[in-house]
Design a protein around this ligand. Structure first.
Ligand code: ADP
Ligand code: ZN
Length: 601
């Protein structure tokens, strides 16, 4: 069967997206490929369709053992013959899969990378007919990345052992360095590279000043995301627990996920998040890779990620289905202080620390930018964007005002300079601001800081504005921090400011003074009429029942996007239903009559 027919009949999609067709043709023709495509870009079809078109079984190497069952279930629901081999199975299940493989009864086989180390697995593959190797999450081979899996280094053996089988490596990690490392380590130097646009137009990026993070998060969830599924990322396990408890107490169903939890609790929480509608997962970055739940409507960060790469990957888990979604980050002075401190105290040599600092600086620049966030992020990944403003990030929707903060910077840094001179005494930002704004706090009195020349020279700005100054000085590297208590200190670049050799230091205005324009509400049913919305909800109820009965995630039955289309088109018969995106042959036969019954109810 031709690739496009498989796309239409099996997957129920009308047309290929972006570079999919080219990649599939290349692979069907026996070529190797290295594919960089953002999350939600449609990577899976790039190997699933060639595996169905070429004779034999497509072997998919994936580190995500806990998700293999779901992946296989999703394919089975489409009528694709799929299986997996990993350590979670008992020997009986394993033998059944092996038999099916050898009998040529599998279109796709998911395999954990460590399996390939066993001679028996290699001999098994030797006896099977293999159509291709797909190496999913290929960035796991990158030694510096936080997803590094040593077993991935062994995967270059695929080419040595089966030189005639085409290979495709796929990742959503965008940087040039990672791409080069994948090509080298997986012996894919000669593979054709396909790089899709990394823009995620349906994700609305928002970075807000962190004032009262819990209240801000709650407001986001209550006013814009009621009943929606999402992920809240926190830096530490302790804050994961606290925030999950807080949300639950507020009546928002939330689950915790971090590496400190028992493996069985983690697995159970992950399974619930995937299966049930409208759950919020509060997690450290241990959660998320390979989660292909398409209807994650928001990703909220309560702490700033350490790099733009991390931010992009984590936020990318929102809106795989292409529907409007929100990436929200609350960011404040403490994030900068904390992260600078973490770098200073991190193990590893100077080069390592410098690398971390470079990553942090890029992330800070993204937080503090007064221009389009999307444009800046894409530029970071080496992709130019056509427009000055995307119209779907906070800086485009509410352009921040900037002001010349040269004098404020001088005042702040001279206060830090004066305090630096009091040997042994360590003061944080709060105390500096008290001095600048002329507050006679007990600490000010104790150290007689009201006698400093800088005392009270900053009364023209409010506390929050001074915190903004401190944060932005830190972000711009004009101010430093050291030690365990966030002690402020001068940096080599501070001197030029103090000597008045630098002017035109620009700051963003703190938001209280900007009249915020509300970004539009995100809702899956946004452009549906009230009747269609009701129908959509009825279809979702029907789907929830199916998912429960079959023990599979709801999106394995149908995705929101498909249900939405059904609700608005109201197909009158199975022929019309077959034309809806996401309704393939197998699902049409299985669910067609029931869907039509819900529609006529
Ligand atoms: P990735 O693995 O790149 O994150 P997926 O393969 O999970 O992305 O695809 C993301 C979503 O897009 C899925 O819901 C998938 O069904 C859908 N999709 C992929 N290709 C197409 C296409 N050509 N037409 C319509 N939907 C598609
Ligand atoms: Zn923008």
């Amino acid at each position: 069967m031709a690739a496009v027919d498989v796309l239409r009949q099996t997957f129920g999609y009308e047309a290929f997206r972006g570079p999919q067709e080219e990649i599939i043709d290349h692979l069907v023709g026996g070529g190797d490929a290295l594919v960089l495509m953002p999350t939600g870009g449609g990577k899976s079809l790039c190997y699933q369709i060639p595996a169905l078109v070429r004779p034999g079984t497509g072997v998919v190497i994936s580190p995500l053992i806990a998700l293999m069952q779901d992946q296989v279930d999703a394919l089975t629901a489409l009528g694709v013959r799929a299986g997996f081999l990993n350590s979670t199975q008992d020997s009986e299940q394993r033998r059944a899969t092996e038999r099916a493989l050898l009998a040529g009864e599998l279109d796709l086989l998911y395999l954990a990378p460590e399996r390939l180390k066993t001679e028996s697995a290699v001999r098994l593959l030797d006896r099977a007919e293999i159509s291709l190797f797909a190496i999913d999450e290929a960035h796991c081979v990158a030694q510096w990345g936080h997803d590094f899996r040593p077993d991935y280094l062994e995967l270059s053996m695929l080419h040595e052992r089966w030189p005639d089988v085409p290979r495709i490596a796929l990742t959503a990690t965008a940087t040039e360095a990672t791409r080069a490392e994948i090509a080298t380590r997986l012996n894919l130097g000669d593979a054709r590279q396909f790089v899709a646009s990394f823009d995620r137009p349906n994700i609305s990026y928002r970075i807000v000043q962190k004032n009262e993070p819990r209240r801000q998060l709650l407001e986001l969830l209550r006013t814009e995301m009621p009943g929606q599924a999402g992920i809240v990322y926190c830096l530490s396990r302790a804050s994961v627990e606290k925030i999950a408890g807080f949300l639950t107490a507020q009546g928002i169903p939330a689950l915790p996920y971090h590496a400190g939890l028992d493996a069985s609790v983690r697995a159970a929480n992950q399974a619930r998040f995937l299966r049930e509608d409208g759950l919020v997962m509060v997690a450290t970055i241990a959660f998320g890779m390979g989660i292909d739940k398409p209807d994650v409507r928001f990703v909220a960060h309560l702490d700033m990620p350490r790099s733009v790469e991390g931010y992009y990957q984590e936020t990318g888990r929102a809106g795989r289905d292409g529907l409007p979604s929100v990436a929200w980050l609350a960011y404040g002075l403490n994030d900068v202080v904390q992260q600078r401190r973490m770098i200073d105290t991190s193990p590893g040599d100077e080069t390592h620390r410098r690398r971390l600092a470079v990553h942090l600086d890029a992330m800070l620049a993204l937080c503090e930018t007064a221009t389009c966030r999307r444009k800046q992020m894409l530029a970071y990944f080496g992709q130019a964007s056509d427009h000055e403003s995307c119209g779907n990030c906070d800086t485009c929707l509410t352009p921040p005002q900037v002001w010349d903060g040269t004098i404020a910077a001088q005042k702040f840094l001279s206060a830090v300079y004066r305090l630096d001179h009091e040997r042994g005494q360590k003061f944080g930002a709060g105390h500096v601001i008290d001095i600048l704004t002329g507050k006679r706090t007990p600490k000010v009195a104790e150290y007689r800081h009201d006698e400093l020349t800088v005392f009270g020279v900053g009364e023209d700005l409010r506390d929050t504005e001074w915190r903004g100054v401190a944060r932005q000085l830190l972000a711009q590297g004009l101010l430093g921090v050291y030690g365990d208590y966030g002690v402020l200190t001068l940096t080599p670049d501070s001197a030029a400011v103090l000597r008045r050799q630098r002017d035109n230091i620009m700051f963003r205005r703190e938001p209280e003074r900007v009249r915020a324009r509300r970004p539009k509400l995100v809702s899956v049913t946004e452009d549906l009429s009230p009747e269609d919305t009701k129908l959509f909800e009825r279809l979702r109820e029907w789907r929830a029942g199916q998912a429960r009965d079959q023990g599979v995630p709801a999106y394995v039955i149908f995705q929101d996007k498909t249900l939405r289309e059904i609700a608005s088109q109201r197909p009158a018969d199975v022929h019309a239903l077959a034309c809806v995106n996401g309704v393939g042959q197998a699902k049409l036969e299985k669910y067609g009559p029931e869907i039509l019954a819900v529609l006529t109810e």
